[in-house]
Ligand binder design. Structure first.
Ligand SMILES: Nc1ncnc2c1ncn2[C@@H]1O[C@H](COP(=O)(O)OP(=O)(O)OP(=O)(O)O)[C@@H](O)[C@H]1O
Ligand SMILES: [Mg+2]
Length: 410
């Protein structure tokens, strides 16, 4: 008997059953207002490949991006959207984020990655050591190492954002600080040393002086900002995002401590906001791993809602689904879910997403590593599972262990 896709047994058990409970997710080509049931005798049950299914539920992709075997999504459904990638440890989240970020850059997007573990660095190389398909588009910058930001280059707004949100400087103290900064900038003498000297000598309220001096010391100690006004050292953010091609800019934050990380991310977001606002760069897709580690709670709303309008769309990646506030789930256009066994995490997703809970409960705990349950704009709002492709770039995602190295060498 001809049964090329091996559904004979499924069909037989359906024929044998008296009652089949199924979930009708979508009915194509039938008026939804009419009561309709498929014919019991004339209907055929047939398994549809994900690729065929996608063809019938989403329009042909304008900018096709292949994410799985036969699974092609439209880059335009990710750029300008909010995308979440969740799942437990080692389930394949970063792997998908790497596929998406490099494919979006190849399609022409400006991609920025906040790389907490220094693992995206590997995207530039194939496993055999040769340059990968994105190596030409890729720049890796390590704050405090090869990405010096001259203190004097910070605008009042950016400095104020960093001082207020990353270092918690109160507004009255901030006003004093900005007054001194402007004065030194006018005299082309804005350095940490001069600024500190000014803070110590200008008459001001003692507690304000303490607050300002304290934050300045912290800011200087992060090593992210430099006194030098040598312009050749400065990496110009605008030049990283040429208007005629895509770019993949990875900020390797693996060497940064938690305060440094917060300061740097605050600086970067504020600066990108400024550049976007002045039309100096094209819109950005921001990939943020475990963003709860460095973004203050209220910033989420800012990045997701307000920043979206000025041109920062986000892809958030986390193994703690409950670290993402409900408000963000409600705005999510795409959600990629990997294996989750923890019941309360599944319930958290079920409560906050427009997907039926049974689907999440039955599929998520059983997904093998590298397999994903996708839902949202990119997949026509149908829950679809597939295995994420392996582009063959080098992997640095795995936890480093000494035994691992010894075994590899043996
Ligand atoms: N679709 C895939 N094809 C081939 N290898 C994969 C695939 N998905 C994941 N892997 C491999 O599995 C390992 C774990 O994947 P990954 O680093 O993406 O997990 P993760 O969910 O980000 O984990 P963590 O929460 O610890 O960061 C990696 O070595 C990765 O290369
Ligand atoms: Mg990861």
């Amino acid at each position: 008997r001809l049964d090329p896709i091996e559904i004979e047994s499924v069909v037989r058990s359906i024929r044998d059953s008296r009652v089949v409970v199924a979930k009708v997710r979508r009915v194509n080509g039938v008026d939804p207002n009419r009561l309709w049931l498929p014919s019991r005798y004339a209907s055929r049950v047939r398994r549809v490949e994900v690729s065929d299914l996608l063809r019938t539920v989403i329009p042909p992709p304008k900018v096709p991006v292949r994410v799985g075997e036969g699974v092609v999504i439209d880059a335009t459904s990710v750029e300008g959207s909010v995308t979440l990638i969740v799942g437990r440890k080692e389930s394949g989240k970063s792997h998908l984020a790497k596929v998406l970020s490099s494919e979006l850059a190849r399609a022409g997007c400006n991609v920025v990655v906040l790389d907490v573990n220094g693992e995206y660095v590997s995207l530039g190389r194939r496993r055999n050591g040769e340059p990968s398909h994105v190596s030409d588009l890729m720049t890796v910058l390590a704050p405090g190492v090869n990405f010096p930001v001259p203190l004097a280059s910070l605008s009042d707004e950016v400095l104020a954002d960093v001082m207020t949100y990353a270092l918690g400087l109160p507004q009255t103290s901030l006003r004093e600080l900005l007054r001194l900064v402007r004065d030194l900038r006018r005299r082309r003498a804005l350095t940490f040393q001069n600024l500190m000297r000014a803070v110590q000598s200008v008459p001001m309220n003692e507690s304000v002086r303490d607050a300002v001096a304290n934050r300045l010391l912290t800011l200087e100690s992060t090593g992210i900002f430099t006194d030098s006004d040598q312009e050749e050292l400065e990496v110009d953010l605008t030049s990283l995002f040429p208007p005629d091609r895509g770019a993949l800019v990875v900020f390797d934050m693996s060497r940064l401590g938690s305060i440094q990380r917060r300061v740097f991310v605050e600086f970067l977001l504020s600066r990108m906001k400024e550049l976007l606002f002045n039309d100096e760069i094209d819109p950005i897709v921001l990939f943020a791993e475990e963003a709860h580690l460095y973004l203050r709670e209220t910033y989420w709303e800012d990045v997701i809602t307000r920043m979206r309008h000025i041109g920062i769309s986000t892809v958030l990646i986390t193994n703690q689904p409950d670290s993402i506030p409900a408000l963000i789930y409600r705005q999510a256009d795409n959600v990629f879910m990997f294996n989750i066994r923890n019941g309360s995490d599944i319930e958290h997703l079920a409560r906050n997403l427009e997907i039926d809970p049974e689907t999440l409960r039955s599929i998520l705990p059983n997904l093998p590593p590298g397999n994903v349950l996708a839902w949202g704009k990119a997949v026509g709002r149908l829950p679809i599972t597939f295995r994420v492709i392996d582009p063959g770039t080098m992997t640095l995602g795995t936890t480093r262990t000494k035994l691992g190295r010894l075994l590899r060498q043996a």
